[in-house]
Design a binder for this molecule. Structure first.
Ligand SMILES: [Zn+2]
Length: 103
C-alpha cells in the first residue's frame, strides 16, 4: 500500500495511486513515473519550492536525485529558482541531479 513519505502527511493510498492528494503536500508516491522514464523510489527532502526524490532512470539504469519544483508565481521566481537549481546541479556529489518542473 503506497504511503506518502512526507513526514507531515504519511497518508496511505490504495495500490495504483502515484500522487498524494493532500492539497498541502501533493508528493509523488513510490513507483510513480515522471517524464516517462524516472521511477520514484523515496522522498529525500521537501521545502517551500519543491521536493527532491531518489529515483531510478529507467533509460540509463542509474539512480538520480530528481528535484521537482512547484509552479513559480512569477517570471522572477522562475528565474531565481532556475539559477539556484543550476548551482545545485554543479555541486560535487556522487549521483546525477535532474530537475523538472511540476507537471
Ligand atoms: Zn502527502
Amino acid at each position: 500500500m503506497p504511503r506518502c513519505q512526507n513526514p507531515r502527511c504519511r497518508t496511505d493510498y490504495p495500490p495504483g495511486t502515484y500522487r498524494c492528494t493532500n492539497p498541502h503536500c501533493q508528493c509523488l508516491l513510490p513507483d510513480a513515473i515522471v517524464a516517462g522514464r524516472y521511477r520514484i523510489e523515496t522522498l529525500l527532502g521537501i521545502g517551500g519550492m519543491g521536493a527532491v526524490y531518489r529515483a531510478s532512470d529507467t533509460f540509463e539504469m542509474t539512480q538520480v536525485a530528481l528535484k521537482i519544483i512547484s509552479a513559480a508565481t512569477s517570471n522572477t521566481d522562475s528565474a531565481i529558482a532556475i539559477e539556484r537549481f543550476r548551482r545545485e546541479a554543479r555541486m560535487p556529489i556522487n549521483f546525477t541531479i535532474r530537475i523538472l518542473c511540476r507537471y
